[in-house]
Ligand binder design. Structure first.
Ligand SMILES: Nc1ncnc2c1ncn2[C@@H]1O[C@H](COP(=O)(O)OP(=O)(O)OP(=O)(O)O)[C@@H](O)[C@H]1O
Ligand SMILES: [Mg+2]
Length: 228
């Protein structure tokens, strides 16, 4: 977390991407892409459909292997076997997938308990209760995901992403399916909870409504369009 003195440690980047390239077969999606996010510096990842936003998120999260270039999370290289990448993701990154991916067989509380365990945190029921309260879901703690409304499920996914106390909180299109009021609510929740927990936020979106909440943006351009 940043401190008033602005020590070098406080300024250490949470995410450093250098010279990243990704191809699917012969199709290049990312080319010589570099980016750095300081602790607490939130950014939007903008770009039209097909420009590589989800690909970049999957590379940052270690769900896809980096073949050219490098990605560091809080100084640690996102590299190696899938198991090594899973380990780094669980310790350092919280992700809110577009399709949320809550575990249907588990209650909201049990989903958070599982994420806490996978992040290597000691069991802490009080923290889980506190987080659910923070996202306005205390009354739905025992519910299964399919019994939640879309907005409630999204808030459960935010709480689950935070329970590992991530340095980096990533969300893929968290608001594109929502009306204005709910998009506003999720945007405030993401920025507010990221700030409260000292997490750096990266949101992939083509939803221009989010620019009011997070002015800093990096823009991906489809490589074919770039070359044209
Ligand atoms: N597994 C895959 N195999 C082959 N091509 C892929 C694969 N995943 C994505 N692509 C292609 O890579 C490009 C970038 O896809 P990606 O999903 O990263 O875009 P995006 O910016 O997230 O788009 P959207 O805004 O529609 O979600 C697209 O042209 C897509 O068709
Ligand atoms: Mg996408």
């Amino acid at each position: 977390m940043a401190d008033a003195a602005g020590t070098p440690e406080a300024a250490a980047p949470v995410l450093v991407i250098a010279g990243l390239r990704h191809d699917y077969g012969s199709a290049a999606v990312l080319r010589d892409f570099s980016f750095s996010a300081a602790c607490g510096q939130h950014s939007l990842l903008l770009g039209p459909s097909g420009s590589g936003k989800t690909t970049l998120i999957n590379l940052i999260a270690g769900l896809l292997a980096v073949r050219h270039g490098s990605i560091r999370i809080a100084g640690e290289l996102m590299a190696g076997t899938p198991a090594a990448r899973d380990d780094l993701r669980r310790r350092r990154i919280g992700i809110i997938f577009q399709t949320l991916r809550l575990v249907e067989a588990l209650s909201v509380t049990a989903n958070l308990r599982l994420a806490q365990k996978l992040a290597g945190r000691a069991p802490d029921e009080a923290e889980i209760a506190r987080l659910l309260d923070e996202v306005g879901l205390a009354h739905r703690a025992g519910a299964r995901p399919r019994a939640l409304s879309q907005g409630e499920a999204q808030r459960a996914a935010v709480a689950r992403a935070l329970v590992g106390r991530p340095d980096l909180l990533i969300a893929d299109e968290p608001t594109s399916a929502l009306d204005d009021a709910n998009a506003e609510r999720i945007a405030r929740l993401l920025v507010g909870t990221a700030d409260a927990h000292g997490s750096t936020l990266l949101i992939a979106t083509h939803d221009a409504r989010l620019k009011a909440h997070i002015p800093h943006a990096l823009v991906l351009t489809p490589i074919a369009a770039e070359a044209a």
